[in-house]
Design a protein around this ligand. Structure first.
Ligand code: NI
Length: 175
């Protein structure tokens, strides 16, 4: 197990389209996931994508336990999602604050679909197929964007609501 350095915005690997995983249950995949969980826990993140630790594969993890500091955030089950496919279930976009471990110290308001279906595999190759909304849907869209080289600042429409969290006076978890 190892805590890995998280690449920051500007690193070319974060702009790449990551490759699909074609073999499950391998020692390499398990070791990657262990590093991802260690790194996410160490940094208290809500999610992490493999490219953020320098591995350009379509693997994300996420999960949020109920936290009284963020009462609106809701609970998201701890999930390994590989080769994800996202299908929006509405045209409705909602803006809310996001942060990212690859964009430390900053927050911005990002439009996301309010309801999505996501499908993919877990680390054993089992199918995941969920319909979610709200914060859960937001976290999944944020993490999966990383697999296509997209960081949340690229989606911001109003740069009046983008800045350093300390200056903005907001306190939401980095993800
Ligand atoms: Ni992120």
């Amino acid at each position: 197990m190892a805590i890995k350095p998280v690449l920051r915005m500007g690193h070319p690997l974060l702009r790449q389209v990551a490759a699909p995983v074609d073999r499950f249950n391998t020692p390499e995949l398990m070791s990657l996931l262990e590093d991802m969980f260690d790194t996410m826990a160490h940094l208290d993140g809500a999610g992490l994508a493999a490219p953020q630790i320098g591995v350009s594969l379509r693997v994300v993890i996420f999960g949020v336990k109920h936290n009284p500091r963020y009462p609106d955030a809701g609970e998201v089950p701890l999930t390994v999602l590989i080769n994800p496919i996202i299908t929006p279930l509405t045209d409705e976009l909602e803006e809310d604050w996001e942060g990212c471990l690859s964009v430390p110290g900053l927050r911005g308001r990002v439009p996301r679909y309010t309801a999505i279906r996501y499908q993919g595999k877990d680390e054993h190759g089992n199918t995941i197929d969920r319909t979610v909304s709200g914060f859960h849907a937001r976290v999944v869209q944020h993490e999966c964007d990383h697999l296509d080289g997209v960081l949340y600042p690229m989606r911001i429409r109003d740069f009046n609501s983008f800045g350093f969290s300390q200056e903005l006076g907001i306190n939401t978890p980095d993800d």
